[in-house]
Write a protein that binds this ligand. Structure first.
Ligand code: ATP
Length: 419
């Protein structure tokens, strides 16, 4: 088993994707101070799941992401992939090439992949356990660790030796078993508490059971006593009932006799009721009629009052009309007298009218003949007007012709002069 490939991208000083291939045997990386040699070791430690920022020589975990230079922008993610050749099956997995990948985003989100499949950190730790590989194992020895091995600190040295001897797995299991034991102990204590509680409930329940039993015995006794008492009461009631039965028989006979009388009386009562209903209906009808008559009387009274008022009015009107008639008679008499005078006047006027009419007819005939004459003259004037207008038009066109000829003459004489 050996580290065969390492791909770094966006981790510390490795801004772009950088791939390193390793062969079996020893590989050496050389470079000037600050060129990023230790960053490669950090990348290996990081991809193996290192959580301590101090071990990665950083303040915060996000600081392992490439944070840019003057020429290059910072990246948003750091990714390291480490390929382990597992042809001799040291790692407990079916893969021949085990690719462990870790990603960290600026947002703080992180991811672990095993041969490109997302896994938990625990799965990676489990695979690497006791292989000698691991974030804290002796397989990555930096300068500081060399110093600690050489120092007198026993605990640090012991950790390295234990890892090498493969006892870490058992120590972790022991720790986990002890934790489980402690949890079981706590559970036991809780169980004892619960048992104590339940015991209290059991005691209380057994007291209640005693009470219930006593209650059942008393109930049984009460039931028996009740039965005895009921029997005694029943016998006594039988004794009391016997004379009452005899009385009842007699009363029944009386009741039978009364019953037939009641039936007859009831039939009579029915007849009375029917008669009563009929009378009530009659009374109701009479009441309605009476109401109608009352209403009619009231209306007639009202009509009578109106008639009286009207009669009085009519008497007054009659007097007035009689007076008017006598006045009119007088007027007619006067008018008849006037009529005679008018007739005479009319006859005289009729004669005058006939004379005026004959004069009018004569004048009218004269007017008509004058009018006809005037219309003829008007027609003649219109005709003369039209002739005058035609001659005027001819004159203006002759004038225009003359003006043009005059202009032509002036032009010709100008030409002649210049020649
Ligand atoms: P030396 O031999 O002195 O120990 P080196 O070759 O091991 O040096 P490293 O310590 O690995 O070098 O690298 C240090 C360089 O990495 C420094 O130049 C530092 O600026 C750079 N560096 C560390 N972290 C980041 C980071 N997050 N982003 C960019 N560069 C970083």
């Amino acid at each position: 088993m050996y580290l065969s490939k390492l791909k770094i991208m966006g981790f510390k000083s490795f801004a772009t994707k950088t791939q390193m291939d390793f062969n079996p045997g020893m590989s050496c990386i050389i470079g000037p101070n600050g060129s990023g040699k230790s960053n490669i070791v950090d990348a290996i430690r990081w991809v193996l799941g290192e959580q301590r920022t101090t071990a990665l020589r950083s303040d915060k975990m996000e600081n392992v992401i490439f944070n840019g230079t003057r020429q290059r922008k910072p990246t948003g993610m750091a990714e390291v992939s480490m390929t382990i050749d597992n042809t001799n099956n040291i790692l407990k997995t079916e893969y021949r090439q085990v690719v462990i990948t870790r990603r960290l985003y600026k947002s703080g989100e992180s991811q672990y992949l095993l041969n490109n499949t997302p896994v938990r950190l625990k799965d990676i730790i489990d695979i690497l356990m006791d292989s000698g590989l691991g974030a804290n194992s002796y397989s990555i020895i930096e300068l500081k660790m060399v110093e600690s091995i050489l120092s007198e600190n026993r605990a640090e040295r012991r950790l390295l030796f234990e890892e090498a001897a493969g006892v870490v797995k058992y120590k972790i299991r022991r720790k986990s078993a002890l934790r489980k034991l402690e949890a079981t102990r706590t559970d036991l204590t809780r169980l004892e508490d619960i048992i104590g509680e339940i015991q209290k409930t059991v005691n209380s329940l057994s007291r209640q059971v005693g009470k219930a039993r006593r209650y059942l015995a008393y109930t049984e006794e009460l039931k028996n006593t009740d039965v005895e008492l009921s029997r005694f009461r029943y016998n006594r009631l039988l004794e009391e009932i016997r004379p009452l039965k005899l009385q009842l028989e007699e009363v029944s006979k009386v009741k039978e006799a009364s019953h037939s009388q009641i039936t007859i009386d009831e039939a009579l009562l029915e007849d009375y009721k029917r008669e009563l209903i009929r009378r009530e209906q009659e009374l109701q009808e009479l009441n309605i009629k009476l109401q109608e008559i009352d209403t009619r009387i009231a209306e007639l009274n009202k009509d009578q009052a109106v008639s009286e008022t009207k009669t009085e009015e009519m008497g007054k009107n009659r007097q007035r009309f009689l007076q008017d008639i006598s006045d009119l008679k007088q007027k007619i008499k006067i008018m008849l007298e006037n009529l005679e005078e008018f007739k005479q006047e009319y006859d005289a006027l009729s004669e005058q009218k006939e004379a005026v009419e004959s004069r009018y007819n004569k004048v009218e005939a004269e007017r008509r003949s004058e009018l006809e004459k005037l219309q003829d003259e008007k027609k003649e004037i219109d005709r003369l007007n039209q002739t005058f207008r035609n001659q005027l038009n001819a004159l203006s066109s002759q004038k225009e012709e003359f003006r043009q000829k005059k202009y032509q003459l002036e032009f010709n004489s100008e030409q002649l002069k210049s020649l």
